[in-house]
Design a protein around this ligand. Structure first.
Ligand SMILES: CC(C)(COP(=O)(O)OP(=O)(O)OC[C@H]1O[C@@H](n2cnc3c(N)ncnc32)[C@H](O)[C@@H]1OP(=O)(O)O)[C@@H](O)C(=O)NCCC(=O)NCCS
Length: 159
């Protein structure tokens, strides 16, 4: 059974596991220790719109999924989402179940009309996830990410 819970202070080692060349192949590559620490501190904040959540399968932390506001790319502010599942837990449908649960959370939140995801065009599992969750492919265009540009799909779901 897949559940989502808020990011905790002792979840910091998950970021190290997500930071391998394999896990960041579609995300510009690994971050520095300083960037990871900053990311961890941001994930712990409760005063920002949106949250980073830990994906648990039968109580074990297997990955993360989050939502945050994006006002750069649409007419109105939308939710943006992103996800990671540890290599040994991939291919078991955990990200798909987590995305379904996340959609319910943002729907209940009610603040924004759409949720978007911007996977790189060659990130096959992430594009499959969006399609399976009912997102529509709006367009493909270079997406500014960590100081560079990635050719990405813009998937959107009306809430
Ligand atoms: C993307 C990611 C979270 C998927 O996690 P997962 O738990 O393995 O995903 P699921 O098992 O729920 O599978 C999702 C879909 O991807 C498909 N898929 C999985 N691996 C695939 C592959 N190598 N090629 C093509 N499709 C693949 C699955 O078949 C499934 O599609 P379906 O429901 O239509 O059958 C995981 O691969 C990951 O952490 N990647 C590295 C981080 C990353 O790139 N994050 C995304 C940033 S946008």
């Amino acid at each position: 059974m897949v559940t989502l819970r808020p990011w905790h202070d002792d979840d910091r080692p998950l970021l190290d596991r997500f930071n391998s060349p394999e896990m960041t192949a579609h995300l510009v590559g690994p971050e520095t220790e300083e960037e990871l620490e900053k990311r961890h501190r941001r994930y712990l904040r409760t005063d920002l719109p949106g949250r980073m959540l830990v994906i648990c399968a039968d109580g074990v932390a297997v990955g993360s999924i989050g939502y945050w506001e994006n006002d750069e790319d649409a007419d109105a502010v939308v939710w943006e989402t992103g996800w990671s599942v540890l290599p040994e837990f991939q291919g078991r449908g955990y990200a798909g179940s987590a995305l379904e649960a996340l959609i319910e959370i943002v729907r209940a939140d009610g603040r924004h009309a759409e949720i978007h995801a911007y996977p790189a065009v060659d990130n096959a599992p992430s594009n499959a996830l969006c399609r399976r969750a009912g997102f529509s492919l709006r367009r493909t265009r270079p997406f500014a990410f960590r100081g560079t540009e990635i050719l990405s799909n813009d998937w959107a779901l009306a809430l």
